[in-house]
Design a protein around this ligand. Structure first.
Ligand code: ZN
Length: 111
């Protein structure tokens, strides 16, 4: 399940989590219209977030990969909640470590 948030850096407020892109656009439009008379605040942020509330776009690539995997594993247990389960965090780290070790093994075998 995907999660999105809108943040206005002028008002320093963040919208509640929504699950559809249309709802995210509506959150931003409603805030701009109600608070800023339709003007677009500088540096506003909107996009997909992980279960910890972090924007994927602001995460380094390895952290974003870990967040995607941990989100997917956590969604298997409870798709509507926020936060990662400890076993999902450990499973994501294990999957990334296993993939890295497999790539290293393949490269070593090929040389
Ligand atoms: Zn605002």
């Amino acid at each position: 399940m995907r999660r999105y948030r809108y943040r206005c850096t002028v008002c320093r407020t963040t919208s509640p989590v929504v699950h559809q892109l249309d709802d995210l656009a509506a959150e931003g439009a409603a805030h701009r219209q109600a608070i800023h008379a339709g003007h677009i605040p500088d540096e506003e942020t909107a996009g997909q977030i992980d279960r910890l509330g972090r924007w994927y776009a602001t995460l380094p690539p390895l952290s974003a990969l870990h967040a995607h995997l941990a989100d997917a594993l956590s969604d298997l247990h409870d798709p509507k909640a926020m936060g990662h389960y400890w076993w999902a965090t450990a499973g994501a780290a294990l999957a990334i470590g296993t993939a890295a070790a497999l790539c290293l093994t393949l490269i070593t075998a090929a040389l």
